[in-house]
Design a protein around this ligand. Sequence first.
Ligand SMILES: Cc1ncc(C[n+]2csc(CCOP(=O)(O)OP(=O)(O)O)c2C)c(N)n1
Ligand SMILES: [Mg+2]
Length: 193
Amino acid sequence: MQRYAALKAIYERLEDDNIVVVTIMGAVSAELQDIGHRPNFFYLQHAMGLASSMGLGIALARPELQVVVFDGDGSVLMNLGGLTTLARYRPPNLAHIVFDNESLVSVGGFPTATSTGSDLEGIAREAGVPRTATVEGIDAFVTAFDEALAADELTTLVAKVTTEGPAGYVTDLALIENRFQFSRHLKNLREQS
Ligand SMILES: Cc1ncc(C[n+]2csc(CCOP(=O)(O)OP(=O)(O)O)c2C)c(N)n1
Ligand SMILES: [Mg+2]
């Protein structure tokens, strides 16, 4: 499964006003922006490994929202303690999706520990995350994604994807602009409710 195709397959779910999305930097954020930026998307540039921590904070502060984090194998491996903190607070409104391409694709494609057998779903499960799964194909991914949103329980879903990144990483959304647009969006949602 290609990550771009996986993102495309679930994109319409992300248009729901109750959903907020936090992604890691690099390839995932470029691919999601290529499909279409939305004000409910935040791309956590530079702070590798901390997208799930940012998602955790939003999920705890805003229990009425559904938070989706798009993470990567290299990023999770850089901050394994993030999984134990997710498990400790286990917000039911957080779906933690880890695209595992067994590589640091965004910086040239260095193989990560998942290429030599480390199992991120197993690590998440033993850290105490209550719902975990690993999926390989698009149909299984879409089904598991929908189940994670419907579950009302913290989920870490590892999606095995091919080691492919986008052709280019140029996006037309500045980090600062995204930061203000996203926080305004969260504030507006609160004012509407
Ligand atoms: C602390 C830190 N170290 C290194 C980087 C450089 N960096 C940016 S993206 C990336 C790879 C991320 O790997 P992964 O999470 O597997 O995502 P992929 O690139 O495979 O989509 C690296 C090393 C960074 N942004 N921050
Ligand atoms: Mg990777």
